[in-house]
Ligand binder design. Structure first.
Ligand code: SF4
Length: 470
């Protein structure tokens, strides 16, 4: 089993990233705060959103079947994929049967999760990302670094260099010109594509409508110009009613981009009807499990599935603000990634992820559906520890150190002897009140931490001398 490690060192050493990341995230936090401050009953809306999502999870099979029935009623087809591989296979089959050659995709994190692009390319299809951020990371052959703004780690100068190299564009870092160039290139792909693939923000069970929110109009073109539209939806995205959608949309857009509403909210109910000019001839909804049922089984952890992927927890997280998304090495990063990834992968493979948090609680405070992220992180840390205790990892130096520490502090005599010796060694171990550079791995730990020197007297000795004075 390959372990996915968090690459802290590279992220901190990347000057370009550090210059771009924090200001961009700070702007997102400020926009979100401003948008939220306009809504007087924001807390009530958050409670409502949480209740709706938890209620839906409790009755998940019922609402999914209702959604399926209503989508089919609109002339759509619904497929159920147990795993990511199943979903990719289904899409390839649909594409092959219809002689599809070119695919345009609008943003889908589920697509990233199941490595859809790689699967489609292997299947001989040409795949074009049409969300500008996704298009940029596709040109760089990178992964998105944020669930809402995939190219957050790129400055406009980075994008200018990229477009110059890949699209032969004249050198410029004028954002309007860069956007126009991408738009012109993408427009041709929209017209040539046979198949459009989109994600789904919400699937409304009562009407059989899928909802895709966006700002660029690319999702609208991807879902209506090609003759076939496939919508990929995680099973947790279903919601009961349209009235719930109105609240969840408000929570999502204000939290994600600080907008009252995104520029486009696409409500799609099946393929085009007879006599209609626009829309695809065929519409497929693929409901993807890919480990979600397993998360669903735990009554406490299942709240992870109420996430509406707004990215607000990433923006506010002090760890994410320093590292950015790529350091995590996984599709979902930051606080949501640190609780979702360990539940989707074998926990030993991603054991660092639940620890990539200061537990400051900012993520829970900002989360529009009030997911108890710090508590979930603690539960996952416990699971990591249990896994370590059961494996070879029980011989890790950290564990040996903790066992020795426990042995010393569990006896007042041993503790007194140890502290007496440490105080004697203080002149050797400390210089100018700071711990001297030590040997690896302690030196690596010390790089970002100060170790205060020991007090000249033990606490008990102070108490005793104070007692003698009185
Ligand atoms: S956990 Fe909450 S804040 Fe983070 S992406 Fe999901 S809904 Fe948004």
């Amino acid at each position: 089993m390959n372990r996915i490690k968090i690459d802290v060192a590279s992220a901190l050493a990347d000057r370009r990233l550090q210059a771009t990341l924090f200001p961009a995230l700070q702007r997102s936090v400020e926009s979100r705060d401003e948008a939220v401050s306009e809504v007087e009953n924001w807390e009530e809306l958050r409670d409502y959103g949480r209740r709706v999502k938890l209620h839906t999870l409790e009755k998940l099979p019922f609402y999914l079947e209702k959604l399926e029935k209503n989508v089919v009623g609109h002339g759509g087809k619904v497929l159920w994929a147990e795993s990511g591989e199943d979903a990719v296979r289904m899409i390839l089959t649909i594409a092959r049967e219809r002689a599809v050659r070119k695919v345009v995709k609008s943003k889908t994190m589920l697509g990233e999760e199941i490595h859809l692009n790689q699967g489609l390319l292997k299947g001989g299809l040409e795949v074009i990302e049409t969300d500008l951020g996704e298009y940029i990371v596709q040109l760089c052959d990178e992964m998105p670094s944020h669930i809402v703004t995939p190219a957050l780690h790129k400055s406009r100068h980075d994008v200018a260099e990229l477009f110059e190299a890949k699209l032969g564009m004249e050198p410029t870092d004028d954002v309007a010109k860069l956007t126009l160039t991408a738009r012109n290139v993408l427009r041709r792909h929209f017209l040539e594509a046979d198949l459009g693939i989109s994600g789904v923000n919400f699937g409304v069970a009562e009407t059989g409508t899928i909802v895709v929110v966006e700002n660029e109009g690319n999702a609208r073109l991807s879902t209506s110009l090609p003759r076939v539209h496939i919508a990929l939806m995680g099973i947790e995205k279903v919601i009961p009613r349209t009235v719930d959608l109105s609240v969840l949309l408000k929570l999502l857009t204000r939290s994600a981009t600080g907008q009252r509403l995104t520029s486009y909210v696409n409500l799609i109910s099946g393929p085009k009807r007879e006599g209609e000019l626009d829309g695809p001839e065929e519409f497929f909804l693929i409901l993807v499990d890919n480990g979600r049922s397993q998360i669903y089984e735990d009554q406490f952890l299942r709240q992870t599935l109420t996430c509406i992927r707004c990215g607000a927890c990433q923006n506010i997280c002090p760890v994410f603000q320093r590292l950015g998304g790529h350091a995590y090495g996984t599709v979902y990063q930051g606080p949501i990634g640190s609780i979702l990834t360990p539940q989707m992968f074998p926990i030993a493979a991603v054991e660092e992820h639940p620890f990539a948090s200061s537990l400051c609680g900012a993520c829970e405070e900002t989360c529009p559906v009030k997911i108890e992220i710090p508590k979930i992180l603690l539960r996952l840390r416990q699971q990591v520890q249990e896994a370590r205790n059961h494996g070879i990892q029980r011989f890790r130096p950290e564990r040996i150190g903790m066992l020795m520490w426990a042995w010393v502090v569990s006896s007042s005599r041993r503790y007194a002897i140890a502290s007496r010796w440490l105080r004697r060694l203080q002149s050797v171990l400390f210089r100018n009140g700071r711990f001297r550079p030590a040997v690896p791995p302690v030196s690596a730990w010390q790089k970002d931490r100060d170790v205060p020197g020991l007090a000249p007297k033990r606490f008990r000795e102070y108490r005793e001398s104070e007692g003698a004075e009185h």
